[in-house]
Write a protein that binds this ligand. Structure first.
Ligand SMILES: C[S@@+](CC[C@H](N)C(=O)[O-])C[C@H]1O[C@@H](n2cnc3c(N)ncnc32)[C@H](O)[C@@H]1O
Length: 219
């Protein structure tokens, strides 16, 4: 497996996840609403989505390449598995791997693939989305919650930070990716889509423009 080591980013992300703003927590719940069956979550981080999976999901195969984040996600999956409501929720397992090098546990078909804040980070988003397409059953869903590119002055700022310090400072994150077009170009049909912002419109925050939605692999 391609071990990804970003210890500084991992510690920062772990801290951020313990102080996540309420609107992002709500977006995670919306991301996973209505899911069922067998789900693959790639780049699961510390497992911030785990608590939001509905009880109609039977299994979550979570893949995380960064060792520190993976340990936290595995500990959380364990805790949820031992909790009082464990029998109502999905079985969650956490594995080493990347979109480019998925573990055997991530063999499809899956009913859904979940990508949250990860297509901004993978080295080749088109390849990652094509992989998601391949492991989904026909009619299966790609659920996405991602930073996306915008235009105007903020778009210019996104391009500037991507070309300089941002990816190095934030574990490979790129702010100016047209992720929804990449998803459609892979053959997905977007059946639900919402543009949202993680910061007020007037603030020059490169990660403010976000997209949340459902894209379906045609049946
Ligand atoms: C910004 S974090 C988001 C974590 C989590 N999805 C969330 O919503 O909190 C980006 C994650 O993508 C992971 N990642 C980086 N490169 C990856 C790759 N090539 N394939 C899959 N995941 C990757 C990182 O280790 C990190 O956990």
């Amino acid at each position: 497996m391609t071990e990804i080591e970003h210890p500084r980013f991992a510690r920062l992300w772990s801290w951020a996840m313990r102080h996540e703003p309420r609107d992002i927590v709500r977006a995670r719940a919306e991301l996973l609403e209505g899911l069922g069956g067998r789900v693959l979550e790639v780049g699961a981080g510390t497992g911030s989505n785990f608590a939001h999976y509905p009880s109609t999901v039977t299994e979550v195969v979570a893949v995380e390449p960064e060792a520190i984040l993976r340990r936290e996600a595995a500990a959380l999956a364990d805790e949820i598995g031992r909790g009082a409501n464990a029998s109502d929720g999905p079985r969650i397992t956490v594995h080493d791997g990347t979109f480019e090098d998925l573990p055997d546990a991530a063999t499809g078909p899956f009913d859904a693939v979940v990508c949250s804040l990860v297509l901004c980070t993978v080295p080749d988003p088109a390849r990652a989305v094509a992989t998601a397409f391949d492991v989904l059953r026909p009619g299966g869903e790609l659920r996405y919650y991602e930073h996306v590119a915008t235009d105007g002055a903020l778009g210019g700022l996104q391009r500037a930070v991507d070309a300089t310090f941002w990816p190095r400072a934030f574990g490979g994150c790129h702010t100016h990716r047209d992720t929804v077009s990449t998803i459609r170009a892979a053959g997905f049909e977007t059946s639900r889509h919402r543009d949202l912002r993680s910061a007020p419109r007037w603030t020059p925050v490169p990660i403010a423009p976000m997209a949340l939605g459902v894209a379906r692999r045609p049946a």
